[in-house]
Design a protein around this ligand. Sequence first.
Ligand code: SF4
Length: 98
Amino acid sequence: MYLGNLVEVIHGRELLAKAVHPYTKALMDSIFDINMDFSNPIESINGETPSPLDLPEGCPFQGRCPHCMDICKKENPALIEIETDHNVACHLFKKSKG
Ligand code: SF4
């Protein structure tokens, strides 16, 4: 969830391998592990979190997303199924066929 919006629904066991939403992926990239390679840079999520009381029109993650497009500033993406038991709300993804 991001600011009260469901952005991705996926089984926990598939999270690391199959998560696709930019926010989910950014969260996965921010996990610390004592066995991690600390020579690799630790990624942070750029931008400011908007007030939940004054969300922008469109996608609530737009101000922090490196993939933001024009449509993201106009339409809040609907949660769609991109594969069985995997739903995402992001304009980068279209509903799978069949
Ligand atoms: S809808 Fe647009 S701004 Fe929102 S997460 Fe997807 S690409 Fe980023």
